[in-house]
Ligand binder design. Structure first.
Ligand SMILES: *Cc1c(COP(=O)(O)O)cnc(C)c1O
Length: 385
């Protein structure tokens, strides 16, 4: 049996070879070259942002975002525990501290607990939010739009305004998701807070192999981000540097891939949504299995599908994953919760319950934009035990 259905893999059937070939033939393969600027402009256009600054990956984007937002090693940052660790590690890169928050039933940060934490555990004085336990200032929140599902930004932004907090949107999984209704109608994931970050890693909805993008409505902040990602050079000829910068800029080769991918993004979303609905329809006949919903007043990008296995299903999470693997189907649980991981054991956390619950019950199942209907139905058949 050679069948293998991967969880989430790149789909490179557009003009990728053409654009990458042009980059090679013109010998613009590094951080110079026209594709990088063009990709920045096209992403900014796509999400209706003032501008965009490319970087090597989503992680470096979050690292730079924290700095351009003025978060320092003296500060604390509120982060989710249910996320990929790259959303959180950059807080430690700048020597700030983390406070872990639970998720709600959308798998994104629970705004009620967020509010509860601020009211019970913090003091708001001189427009500064102080954590009573540590006496440190909480400067920012990193919100992650988990699996392409928008966090409840209407409530989170209200809380952030009330307590003078910066909101950094980790939209690495949510390119293409936007509000269809309400206060933020038409606003894309990543463009609601102070700064947003996208990732073009191989498993994301579009890929540049590895890459990322920083967006913001604040032009000065974007200028600073560009400065930091390009070695903070203040004089091109004499190589004068006015602060510690990074070599984080995307290369023309990556951007060539990205431009070809971006042309296909809307098609990928349509396919992924169709596949999501096909799974959902088939799961109606399987006792104990269901797909987690996306937020209803949004257009979601359907990046990842979360299958919830309740206690009436004959197998538990780990048995499902092992069984699917034996059938050539790649599946995985959600991430190990970050507040339980070695480097974060000393961090504060606030009543984490739902994240544990969902970790125990969710299995992510194949969701690539090139997943065939035949393969999808094979996954469904296997799950009918
Ligand atoms: C992928 C991802 C990142 C990091 O992106 P890279 O490009 O891999 O560095 C950060 N946060 C979340 C939630 C992600 O899924």
């Amino acid at each position: 049996m050679d069948k293998f259905i991967p969880l989430s893999v790149p789909n490179l059937k557009g003009r990728e070879v053409e654009y990458v070939t042009t980059a090679v033939e013109t010998e613009w393969v590094s951080t110079g070259g026209p594709y990088v600027n063009e990709f920045e402009e096209k992403i900014a256009q796509y999400v209706h942002s003032e501008g965009a600054v490319s970087c090597q990956n989503g992680t470096s984007g979050i690292h730079v975002a924290l700095q351009v937002c003025g978060v320092t090693g003296e500060d604390e940052v509120i982060v989710p525990t249910l996320t990929f660790i790259a959303a959180v590690n950059p807080v430690k890169y700048i020597h700030a501290d983390t406070v872990f928050m639970d998720c709600d039933d959308s798998l994104t940060m629970d705004p009620d607990k967020l509010m509860g934490f601020m009211q019970r555990e913090c003091i708001f004085t001189d427009r500064r939010l102080i954590n009573k336990r540590t006496n440190k200032q909480i400067k920012a929140i990193i919100v992650v739009h988990v699996f392409g599902n928008l966090a409840d930004m209407e409530v989170i932004m209200k809380i952030a305004d009330e307590f003078n907090l910066i909101v950094i949107e980790d939209a690495t999984e949510a390119l293409g998701t936007y509000y269809k209704e309400g206060r933020y109608k038409g606003k894309y994931a990543g463009t609601i807070g102070t700064v947003g970050i996208y990732s073009f890693n191989g498993n994301k909805i579009i890929t540049t192999g590895g890459g990322g993008m920083i967006v913001s409505a604040n032009k000065e902040l974007l200028r600073r981000a560009k400065h930091l990602t390009t070695q903070a050079k203040s004089d091109e000829l004499y190589f004068i540097h006015d602060e510690i910068g990074y070599n984080y800029r995307m290369t023309n080769l990556q951007a060539a891939l990205g431009l070809a991918q971006l042309e296909q993004l809307e098609d990928f979303i349509i396919t992924k949504k169709k596949n999501y609905e096909l799974y959902q329809k088939n799961f109606r006949d399987i006792q104990g299995l269901s797909l987690m919903d996306y937020r209803s007043n949004t257009r979601w990008n359907s990046w990842f599908y979360s299958m919830f296995c309740d206690d009436t299903y004959p197998m538990n999470r780990d048995e499902v994953i092992r069984y699917l693997s034996s059938k050539g189907i790649q599946a995985r649980p959600v991430w190990g919760l970050i507040h339980t991981q070695g480097p974060y054991l000393d961090s504060q956390n606030y009543y984490i319950e739902k994240a544990e619950h969902y970790l125990k019950h969710i299995v992510n199942i194949p969701c690539s934009s090139n997943l065939s209907e035949e393969d999808l139905l094979y996954v469904v058949e296997c799950l009918k035990v």
